[in-house]
Write a protein that binds this ligand. Structure first.
Ligand code: DGL
Length: 266
């Protein structure tokens, strides 16, 4: 047993898609979340800067006495996960390996699409990880740089959002049977993405897939939180580097509960 919280990091609100799934699958675990919305998006930034920002988020989570850190951000996973994992003595999980395995499991025709930020696509990491496991897969990657800003500005229901999603995904339509949402912000656009790609295409939520790995690790290291503590509601802590209101509006809506958010300067 280990009653300490699990730490989550993201460039903004995207990691909440992982948190929602964690709350569903492992409701007794306690969460500390940091979203760097003041400096989002990370995707178009140089690797060295993303690395530096990610370390700042990691150090912040370590001050909160977390038992595990989850990179709820594909971009940070692509750039810094291996390095951070080597340096820390608590488990550090990323979202790319779970997303890759789930895509391999899901595809019928061996044609997998991956959408992500400019950095995630440029790093080619999904293709590499998928090919390590299953070299016969055809992997087509596409950067969708406009999606993160739509989510961060809470415009997911606007007609502009619909047009951007349809236009951006046009090159992939009809070419893949499985599409990895290789950015944790994208599940907030899921209905639009599904419509644009067509009903038959299976969407893989890399963040949600990672929750299964969290569960396995908690069991393996026997560091689950005591179930008796589950009733102590309101112990989750959410931090943002930007304004509280924008973060809270999106989080309350997405997590379907009122959360408490604090502003933090890194
Ligand atoms: N949510 C992040 C990801 O999964 C980062 C998006 C960004 O800041 O560009 O890639």
């Amino acid at each position: 047993m280990d009653n300490r919280p699990i730490g989550f990091l993201d460039s903004g609100v995207g990691g909440l898609t992982v948190v929602r799934e964690l709350m569903r699958q492992l409701p007794h675990e306690e969460i500390v979340y940091i979203g760097d919305s003041a400096r989002t998006p990370y995707g178009p930034r140089p690797a060295e800067q993303i690395r530096q920002y990610t370390w700042e988020l990691v150090r912040f989570l370590l001050t909160k006495n977390v038992k595990m850190i989850v990179f709820a951000c594909n971009t940070a996973t692509a750039v810094a996960w291996e390095e951070v994992k080597e340096k820390l003595d608590i488990p550090v999980l990323g979202v790319i390996l779970p997303g890759s395995s789930a895509a391999i499991k899901s595809t019928v025709k061996g044609k997998i699409g991956v959408i992500g930020t400019a950095m995630t696509v440029q790093s080619d990491i999904y293709k590499q990880k998928i090919h390590l496991l299953a070299p016969q897969m055809e992997v087509t990657s596409l950067a969708c740089p406009k999606f993160v800003s739509i989510v961060e500005s809470n415009e997911i229901s606007s007609s502009v959002a619909k047009k951007i999603v349809y236009d951006s995904l046009a090159p992939l339509v009809g070419r893949v049977d499985t599409l990895v949402l290789g950015c944790t912000h994208y599940p907030l656009l899921r209905p639009l993405i599904q419509n644009a790609m067509g009903e038959k295409v299976k969407l893989i939520d890399s963040g949600a897939e990672c929750v299964r790995d969290i569960s396995v690790l908690l069991n393996y290291f026997q560091i689950n939180r005591r179930r008796e503590l589950t009733d102590q509601k309101g112990s989750h802590r959410f931090y943002t580097t930007a304004g509280i209101t924008g973060f809270k509006t999106i989080a309350d809506n997405w997590l379907d509960q009122k959360i408490s958010v604090e502003h933090v300067t890194l």
